[in-house]
Design a protein around this ligand. Structure first.
Ligand SMILES: Nc1ncnc2c1ncn2[C@@H]1O[C@H](COP(=O)(O)OP(=O)(O)OP(=O)(O)O)[C@@H](O)[C@H]1O
Ligand SMILES: [Mg+2]
Length: 252
């Protein structure tokens, strides 16, 4: 494997109980890629992410991050993660945007440690990168779901990860803001050079945003460049999803 491969998933199978939830999944993610991971509900997307993060151990196959098998991988600061249920703070939660983002550093440095000026700067930059500077001193609970999601992305990028994994970040983000949201991800990918893995159901939009696509439904049905994915016939998707699905084309 060359050093430019950020993630390598090799013949991975995983089961919680009797039945496999992931079966013989193989793909890799090159440095700088923006991978869209799509698949119906219950297709194993979150499970696959948990395997990649070392939270679940596949019964078969192997996973490497930055060329190191995850059993031996220790540099977790290189990987950022925003979970599917991150945006569920209620209005009473007593922390500001700044504090929530700073906690992405203190988790590493130890709680109740004062941040050095350089770290404070990193917090401010992460908040700016997701376009939330004007809300820095606001309580996280007073923000909308989509704004909260941005804050959690800032929290995940404050420690400068090289790989950022997002599990359905656009749930709860309205159509009008989804586009802004993808533009923000573009920035992280292209300006900061962060390799992205994005789980989404938004198949139509992602094909023009991402560089690579992986379609999962226990097996990996497709993995390749976004352009090849866009060329697939619509009926390929209906067999994949088990029902009719319109794939909107945004090509001009
Ligand atoms: N902790 C668990 N114990 C047992 N089965 C589980 C567990 N978590 C998930 N599953 C099952 O594994 C399968 C895959 O779930 P997973 O959460 O990975 O799907 P998903 O693709 O992320 O779905 P969604 O789009 O709804 O988020 C489902 O059938 C689910 O019921
Ligand atoms: Mg999921």
């Amino acid at each position: 494997m060359n050093t430019e491969t950020v993630l390598q998933v090799d013949h991975v199978s995983f089961r919680y109980e009797k039945e496999n939830v992931l079966e013989d999944v193989t793909f890799s993610v090159p440095k700088g890629a923006f991978l869209g991971l799509v698949g119906p509900n219950g297709s194993g997307k979150s499970t696959l992410l948990k395997c990649i993060l070392g939270l679940l151990k596949p019964q078969n196959g192997s996973i490497s991050l930055f060329g190191t098998p995850i059993a031996a991988f220790k540099e977790w600061h290189r990987v950022g993660f925003v979970s599917q249920k991150a945006n569920s703070f209620n209005t009473g939660f007593p922390a500001t945007v700044y504090e929530v983002v700073a906690s992405g550093l203190t988790a590493k440095l130890g709680l109740f440690r004062f941040l050095k000026e350089k770290e404070k700067q990193a917090v401010r930059e992460a908040i700016a990168a997701v376009g939330m500077s004007e809300f820095a001193n606001q309580n996280i609970g007073e923000l909308s779901g989509g704004q909260q999601q941005r804050v959690f992305i800032a929290r995940a990028i404050v420690s400068n990860p090289e790989l950022l994994i997002l599990d359905e970040p656009t749930v709860g983000v309205d159509v009008q803001h989804v586009q802004n949201f993808y533009n923000m991800l573009d920035e992280l990918n292209q300006r900061l050079g962060i390799t992205l893995i994005l789980v989404t159901h938004d198949i139509g939009t992602i094909t023009e945003k991402v560089t690579h696509v992986a379609c999962l439904n226990k097996h990996l049905y497709f993995h390749g460049k976004a352009a090849e994915f866009a060329e697939l016939q619509e009926h390929d998707f209906s067999t994949f999803y088990g029902h009719h699905l319109h794939v909107l084309s945004h090509q001009h």
